[in-house]
Each structure stands twice: as structure tokens, then as C-alpha cells.
Design a protein around this ligand. Structure first.
Ligand code: PMP
Length: 448
């Protein structure tokens, strides 16, 4: 108890908000979808360290690749050529469509987006950047300007030239038109509310055009969007929405950047990259998290043309593309194929979504179930008529109860009202059944 309190004071200053603050968790060990705390208690991990451990904790194949590299070469910096880097870049490029073939390696998603932002400005000669409301693109000072999700922003320290645009109700998930989003589960019913929550995708697109016409500068540098919003709460855009946004951005001279930090590497099940679900080809793709199964690595992939504009200065990054990171990331790509990870994400994700939708129909406080593959959001409300977000206290109560029953999930959404499930993609249907029983029990405990 006392030890825990001391550690808590030392390791958890006010800016660091650990999730289980009532009873902090000390995680000690991991294997695939399982974690153990210091007391030896086992947890089913359905959040993967914020959607990062995509293949499983200490996955044997990835661990072996890391160990091999650790004995060979740790570090050179990119002033030398090392085969691990070049082999990896070639492999990664083969997963992307033409002309996305030039790769810059970084150490995190924020760093990748920061770099993409610079490249967009250099290439276009424009300054303004557009993102969607509810977005999260990083925690560095520049990327904080891209991030619209309020809890992650400081009031004055963000960069200029970033505008957040969006039709508000898209971002709590449209409940109405089932045609609106690309998910195995449809919305609960045709809500006949008068607040305009339930428009058809054409109407949402109309709003988007209007927003661009009225509040987006005529020349812009770039546009960042997550193919499915992560921290925003597994928010999915209406059909053709992103495609239309790309068109509007390109009309203003801007380049389109897909932030695949959460959606990449098979997470959405049906596609390797999230953008493929929107019938668009970005000018730049940024990635991190699942790229290294927990090892720090990120990347920006772009076109030779954009890379040429960037080539005017000398770009240097000490750790970016380290031999260890490249060996790990290379093994991640191989393992996704060998373990059938994307297919499993699709199969288990579809099963989980379908079963969650049944729970939604039974419980007044589950407002919406959405997502694709193993990027899933469960939006909690006080009731289905008012759609008011469940309070942070109530969310915490359910969340901690789920943990006490042995399952770790995530939280997100602009009001903190959405539970998020983005597990290691090796989970099974049996794991899902266990979670569903726990979730159902936690809701009953709360309601009773
Ligand atoms: N983009 C998205 C979509 C993210 O979810 C995150 C992290 N949550 C980032 C960028 C930033 O990545 P990192 O924390 O590795 O800097």
C-alpha cells in the first residue's frame, strides 16, 4: 500500500493520467493477449497498450527477431546505410499503392505527423492545415495543433495554422441512417429525433461542402484524417465522406494525409490500411503503434514528388530507422501474414461487433456500437432518447469493475463516453465470450 502510494507520487505527476487511478495497476509481464500484474493476477488485454501491441505481448517470432538483431547491431544513425533499414523499407513499400513509395522512419506517431506537416507545407508553399473535429494526431507542440480532442490540448501552446472542421453530429456517431457507415453492425433504429442527428450521408456531405465554403481558407497545405478516429471513440465517417473531403482539399491545393497510426496493419480487418475502406489514395500515410508491436517506431510514406520538395534541406533523426526497430517491424509484417492476423481481426471483430449490438439492444445505457475489425467503440449514454453522454464517474465505475473482473479495455470520445476495444489481434472467440459476460455483468452492477 505505502510502496504503491510512493510510486504513484513519483510516476504519476498531474499531466500523466493513468487509467485505473482508484487502484493503479502494476503490470509486470505479458504474453500474447494476456497481462499479469505484480501480484500474479491475469488480465485479458483488450486495449493492447492503446492499440499498439498488434500481434500480442512478447510475440515469440518478433521477440526472436529482436534478440537476433540485439546481438548483431544496435545503432548507426541514418548517416550510414544498413541493410536492415533498406530491406525493411522495401518490404513496407510493397504494402502501399503507387506512388506511395518513399519512406522516412521516425520513433513515434507524433513525430511522423509532425514531419508530414512540415512536408505538406514545404511542398505546397501553403500554411494552413485542416483536420476533423475529434481527431488525435499527436502530443508534440506542432501536432497538438492538429489534435482537436480537447483533453489533450494545452490552451496556448498549440501551433498556428490548424483548423478543425466538421459537422458536429458525425462525431458522436450518426445513429440514424444505417447506410451511413461501413461496419458489420448497423445502428439501433431509425431515430426520429428532431436534432438532425440522423441524416443520410448525402446530407452530411452537403454540410461538409458548406463548411469548406464558409470556413476553410482558399489555399491550404494539407489535410490530416484518421480513416476511423481512434481517441475520438472509433468514429466512422458516413459513406463517401472522406472521399469528398479529399476532393475539397485537393481543389485548394492541399495534400491529403492518412493517419494510419491506429487503423493500419490489418486493424480494420477488411483492409491492411484504413484508407482502403474509403476508396481514396492519400498523398502521404503516417503510421506508428502497430508497426512495431510495442517497439518505438513510426513512419511517413509519401510520393517521390513530395519527397523531392522535402529534399532541399538535410533531415536528420538519430534513432529513426534503428536496426533494432527495423528488424522488429520487418518481423511484424511477416508475422501478420504468417499468423493470418488481418483475417482474424476481421473474423473475431465481426463476431464481437455482432454480439455487442445484441447487448446494445438489451441495455438502455449502450447508445451505439460501431467500428470495423478490431477497432471497436461502444458509446455509453444516460438513455437512448436524450443520448446524453454517460458521466465520467459512471464510465469509471463500469471500467474499473471490468478490470476487477479481469479484462482491460480503453476509453475515448470527446466526452470520454466511449469504451474502446482494440486488442492484440490474436484474440479468439472464447476471449470475446469472456469479455461479453464481464461487460454485461458490469453494466448490470452499475444499473442495479
Ligand atoms: N495519431 C493517432 C491516430 C494516434 O492515436 C496517436 C497516439 N494515440 C498518435 C498519432 C500519436 O502517436 P504517438 O503517441 O506514438 O506519438
Amino acid at each position: 500500500g505505502q510502496m504503491m502510494e510512493i510510486r504513484r507520487q513519483n510516476c504519476n505527476p498531474v499531466t500523466m493520467k493513468i487509467t485505473y487511478y482508484k487502484k493503479p495497476m502494476f503490470i509486470h509481464q505479458g504474453h500474447m493477449q494476456w497481462l499479469w500484474d505484480v501480484d500474479g493476477r491475469r488480465y485479458l488485454d483488450l486495449f493492447a497498450g492503446v492499440a499498439t501491441v498488434s500481434l500480442g505481448h512478447c510475440h515469440p517470432k518478433v521477440t526472436a527477431a529482436a534478440q537476433k538483431q540485439l546481438k548483431t547491431l544496435w545503432h548507426t544513425t541514418n548517416i550510414y546505410v544498413h541493410p536492415t533499414l533498406h530491406e525493411y523499407c522495401e518490404k513496407l513499400a510493397s504494402y502501399l499503392p503507387d506512388p506511395l513509395k518513399v519512406i522516412y522512419l521516425t520513433n513515434s506517431g507524433s513525430e511522423a505527423n509532425d514531419l508530414a506537416m512540415l512536408m505538406a507545407r514545404l511542398h505546397t508553399g501553403n500554411f494552413d492545415i485542416i483536420t476533423f473535429r475529434g481527431s488525435y494526431h499527436g502530443g508534440t507542440q506542432q501536432t497538438m495543433g492538429l489534435t482537436s480532442n480537447m483533453p489533450y490540448k494545452y490552451p496556448i501552446a498549440t501551433s498556428s495554422g490548424c483548423t478543425h472542421t466538421m459537422c458536429p453530429d458525425v462525431f458522436r456517431g450518426p445513429w440514424g441512417g444505417s447506410h451511413c457507415r461501413d461496419s458489420p453492425v448497423q445502428t439501433i433504429r431509425d431515430c426520429s429525433c428532431a436534432q438532425g442527428h440522423c441524416m443520410a450521408s448525402e446530407q452530411y456531405i452537403g454540410q461538409l461542402k458548406e463548411t469548406f465554403a464558409t470556413s476553410v481558407p482558399s489555399r491550404i497545405a494539407g489535410f490530416f484524417a484518421e480513416p476511423i478516429q481512434g481517441m475520438g471513440g472509433a468514429v466512422q465517417y458516413p459513406k463517401n465522406y472522406l472521399k469528398e473531403a479529399y476532393k475539397l482539399v485537393r481543389e485548394r491545393g492541399g495534400i491529403c494525409i492518412a493517419d494510419e497510426v491506429q487503423t493500419g496493419f490489418g486493424r480494420t480487418g477488411s483492409h491492411f490500411w484504413g484508407f482502403q475502406g474509403h476508396e481514396v489514395i492519400p498523398d502521404m500515410v503516417t503510421m506508428a503503434k502497430g508497426i512495431g508491436n510495442g517497439f518505438p517506431i513510426g513512419a511517413v510514406v509519401t510520393t517521390p514528388e513530395i519527397a523531392a520538395s522535402f529534399g532541399k534541406a538535410y533531415h536528420f533523426n538519430t534513432f529513426g530507422g534503428s536496426p533494432i526497430a527495423c528488424a522488429v517491424a520487418s518481423s511484424v509484417l511477416d508475422t501478420i501474414k504468417e499468423d493470418g492476423i488481418q483475417q482474424n481481426s476481421h473474423n473475431v471483430g465481426t463476431y464481437l461487433l455482432t454480439e455487442l449490438a445484441k447487448l446494445r439492444d438489451q441495455h438502455e445505457i449502450i447508445g451505439d456500437v460501431r467500428g470495423k475489425g478490431l477497432q471497436i467503440g461502444v458509446e455509453m449514454v444516460t438513455d437512448k432518447v436524450s443520448r446524453s453522454p454517460l458521466s465520467p464517474e459512471a464510465m469509471s465505475e463500469i471500467f474499473e469493475d471490468i478490470k476487477d473482473m479481469g479484462v482491460l479495455i480503453g476509453k475515448g470520445g470527446v466526452y470520454g463516453q466511449t469504451f474502446r476495444i482494440q486488442p492484440p489481434m490474436c484474440i479468439t472467440k472464447e476471449d470475446v465470450d469472456f469479455f461479453l459476460a464481464v461487460f454485461n455483468k458490469a453494466i448490470n452492477n452499475y444499473v442495479d
